[in-house]
Design a protein. Structure first.
Lengths: 484, 303
């Protein structure tokens, strides 16, 4: 049984590795053939506008428009479009972040390429969007914190937050959590590490506050203020602004007629650009918050099941991005991923089709394959190796971050489930799969080494027994001779 | 040779076992990879054993029904052969970039995108879009209840076995004032002419044996107070409807494809407009039967 168990585990590891290699090949081909292309996203247009003025609001980080501005300047000097140089930079940063995080994992470069080859991650690396760099720097921040490089990790966390504001909050939870877990295990250098950690956190928060004060202006992009009440309004009320209007406070109905509410109901972005703006202009930001909470609570009471079902659907979609993408392309889930897929397939429709189909289907296969392989041998897997332990912590915190990110994006907007928000979640899944692969591969190698050693030891025993037998025969023969 | 040890009479062969494990791994991985790449086929038309003879693409003139029936149903009765209705009401031929958003169902189902999906055999983007619109069916004004069914049926069509693909567009391009053509760029898909050229080239390129036929919009009218505006007199920004029809015929001639002129060929509808149009734009049952009969006669003509 032990022998067959090891063989089964070896087959699982190798089969998973081959499946991953196929994805790497498809992903690499797509990357090479699309590197010079431009993907049209509305957010890209906004970033280009912000790059001119370097003033943004709470929804868009300032660092990416700065980077775009630099890329545009570089494009005047080099025979390369600005989005080309950005794509190369984003790919390089993403690969490096994954390589750094995957310390201790066998076939480290291939493992990094595998995670990079997930269509969601790959597409974002080639898009003029901040998600790829935000996720990469957040991963570096987490790796830094887990390996006691608190200052470097803190800087990376800060950069992630400057690319995408919500990643500052996410990064805070992960960085502080990881820091605490490191300090918990530390006995000798606790005081030194604690001071370094606290100093890093203070510096990051000060820097964040300073940059935000300098570059962020509320309403500068024509959107309502980003507050918890605004998020609750969007999540709970859209798209029922019109058909729940009889429950709205008088203050709201004084500002919006039925046609206005119908218009807002038909476009999720109009909640930010029209509804919230007009209400805050009419009553001020503080009073509007109270109205948002009121409307969100009312909508939740009136449409509890509908809202609960939508929230559950969006959350599950964010938790399993490749599955969600695959279902969306079959018309079996509600999301905005059709546009993303259309941009992926624009230049290479046939390759994109097979690449995305393969990845969406291979993802659950790999999860099941590696989980079953690990579960079957759970008791014997034993403790992690030294390098693996650090990576295991990163994988675990990434998973926690993925859960938080899924919750954040689910609760902040309705009707806008989009796999572009799932960059971190996809990376976390990749790190988790790499962790399982690493454990199984190490276990297979150990058992193979043990089997070879055991076979060698038995051969020595037999060989020794054989020598003893020969000597005994020689001795008997000698005795006989002597006896004669 | 110590590794070739005997264990209670059994022979252990790690070298052969290693090859065997690799073979097993490759077989399992290969099978899974093939399943992941190609999935399982989904083709109800193939399962039924008969592809439609005619596929109709267009706007509400094609997609819509009156009293539960429409042009596709009447055409099927006339021809005695299966006809697929692939029309989507409210859609245009041109790709309206300023309206295109990830959740704009009507703009997303334009002829340009539908032709691309048919040519590439990939309806993923449109499936996702229509699924989104279907969730908010009672709220979105550019989403109709039959869109998911029409799209599903369209996706399942084996176009290499279809005889005729009839395209009917223009009315919505006209009444929304979308540009007629772009002299600087004949393939500008933001114009009616560019959209038609793009669609024809994609479809003919993917299915050379498929006969593509253009069918012009019918005459229409709008009553504003005491004034009656019609396709010959009203210009909403892109030209009169007659100009769109003229361009359509010109493009058809350029590509050597047949065009059925329903704008001029159905007689003087100014006098009998209410006999065939129930709201000035859409055909009633009599109008649909008339157009279906005309199309059936057209298809029966030698190519």
């Amino acid at each position: 049984m032990k022998k067959y168990g090891n063989e089964a585990r070896t087959v699982v590891v190798r089969a998973a590795g081959i499946l991953a290699l196929v994805q790497i090949v498809l992903g690499s081909a797509w990357t090479v053939m699309n590197l010079g292309g431009f993907q049209e996203f509305r957010e890209t247009e906004e970033i280009l506008e912000i790059a001119k003025t370097l003033v943004t609001d709470e929804y868009v980080g300032i660092l990416y428009p700065v980077l775009v501005r630099f890329a545009l300047a570089l494009a005047r000097l080099l025979p390369l479009p600005y989005y080309g140089s950005l794509s190369v930079f984003q790919l390089a940063v993403c690969f490096c972040a994954l390589y750094v995080a995957l310390k201790g994992v066998p076939y480290r470069p291939l493992a990094a390429l595998f995670i990079l080859s997930f269509p969601i991650v790959n597409q974002l690396c080639l898009a003029v969007l901040p998600q790829s760099l935000a996720a990469s720097f957040l991963l570096l921040g987490l790796a830094g914190a887990s390996r006691r490089h608190f200052l470097a990790g803190g800087v990376c966390w800060l950069l992630a937050g400057l690319f995408l504001p919500e990643y500052f909050v996410l990064g805070a939870v992960l960085y502080v959590g990881c820091l605490l877990s490191v300090l918990w295990k530390e006995k000798k250098a606790f005081r030194k590490l604690f001071c370094r950690g606290v100093l890093a956190i203070l510096m990051v928060c000060l820097a964040w506050g300073g940059v935000k004060a300098a570059a962020t202006r509320e309403y500068s992009r024509g959107r309502m203020a980003r507050t918890p009440a605004a998020m609750a309004l969007h999540r709970m009320v859209w798209p029922n602004f019109s058909n729940t209007q009889y429950f709205w406070p008088k203050e709201v109905l004084d500002v919006f007629g039925e046609e206005d509410l119908v218009r807002v109901s038909r476009d999720p972005e109009k909640v930010l650009t029209e509804f919230g703006i007009r209400l805050e202009e009419a009553y001020g930001k503080e009073a509007a918050q109270s109205l948002y909470w009121d409307m969100a609570g009312t909508a939740l009471q009136v449409r509890t099941r509908e809202i609960a079902a939508d929230i559950a659907g969006d959350f599950l979609s964010y938790c399993f991005p490749p599955v969600s993408l695959g279902l969306a392309l079959r018309g079996e889930s509600v999301s905005l991923n059709g546009w993303n897929y259309g941009e992926m397939a624009q230049r290479t429709p046939v390759l994109a089709r097979y690449y995305v189909s393969y990845s969406c289907r291979a993802f659950p296969v790999l999860v099941v394959l590696l989980t079953v392989g690990w579960a079957l041998d759970l008791k014997r897997c034993g403790k992690c190796g030294k390098g693996e332990e650090g990576f295991g912590a990163i994988a675990a915190w990434s998973a926690a971050g993925a859960f938080l990110a899924a919750a954040w994006y689910t609760l902040s907007r309705a009707g806008m489930q989009d796999c572009r928000n799932a960059a971190w979640i996809q990376m976390a899944w990749g790190l988790g799969l790499a962790f399982l692969f690493s454990r199984l591969a190490r276990r297979s190698r150990e058992r193979a080494d043990v089997a070879v050693r055991e076979a060698g030891a038995e051969a020595s025993v037999e060989s020794a027994a054989g020598i003893s037998r020969e000597r005994a025969e020689v001795a008997v023969g000698q005795e006989n001779l002597n006896g004669k | 040779m110590g590794w070739l040890a005997k264990e209670k009479g059994k022979t252990a062969l790690p070298a052969a076992g290693g090859l065997g494990l690799w073979a097993a791994s490759l077989c399992i991985a290969g099978l899974l990879a093939i399943l992941c790449l190609f999935g399982l086929p989904f083709a109800p038309w193939k399962a039924a054993g008969e592809a439609p003879c005619v596929v109709l693409l267009g706007d509400s003139i094609i997609g819509g029904s009156f009293d539960g029936e429409g042009i596709a149903v009447y055409l099927e009765k006339e021809l005695g052969r299966p006809v697929l209705n692939g029309g989507f009401g409210g859609t245009t031929a041109s790709r309206q970039a300023d309206l295109l958003k990830p959740y704009s169902v009507g703009a997303g189902l334009c002829l340009v995108n539908v032709a691309d999906a048919i040519a590439d055999g990939d309806f993923g983007e449109l499936n996702a879009l229509v699924a989104y619109g279907d969730r908010y069916l009672d709220i979105f004004d550019d989403m109709l209840d039959y869109f998911p069914r029409h799209l599903e049926e369209l996706e399942a069509v084996p176009f290499d076995q279809v005889e005729y693909l009839v395209i009917e567009h223009g009315t919505n391009d006209y009444n929304r004032g979308l540009p007629l053509d772009n002299p600087q760029d004949p393939y500008d898909t933001g114009t009616f002419g560019g959209a038609l050229r793009h669609a024809l080239e994609r479809l003919k390129g993917a299915y050379p044996d498929l006969e593509v036929i253009l069918m012009t919009p019918t005459w229409c009218f709008i009553v504003q107070g005491e004034e009656v505006l019609d396709g010959d007199s009203a210009d909403f920004g892109g030209g009169c409807l007659g100009e769109y029809v003229g361009l359509e015929k010109e493009i058809a001639e350029g590509y050597g494809i047949r065009v059925l002129d329903n704008y001029h060929g159905l007689g003087a509808w100014e006098e009998v407009r209410e006999q065939y149009l129930y709201d000035g734009l859409h055909l009633n049952a009599a109008g649909q039967q008339l157009v279906a009969g005309r199309l059936a006669d057209f298809l029966r003509q030698p190519k």
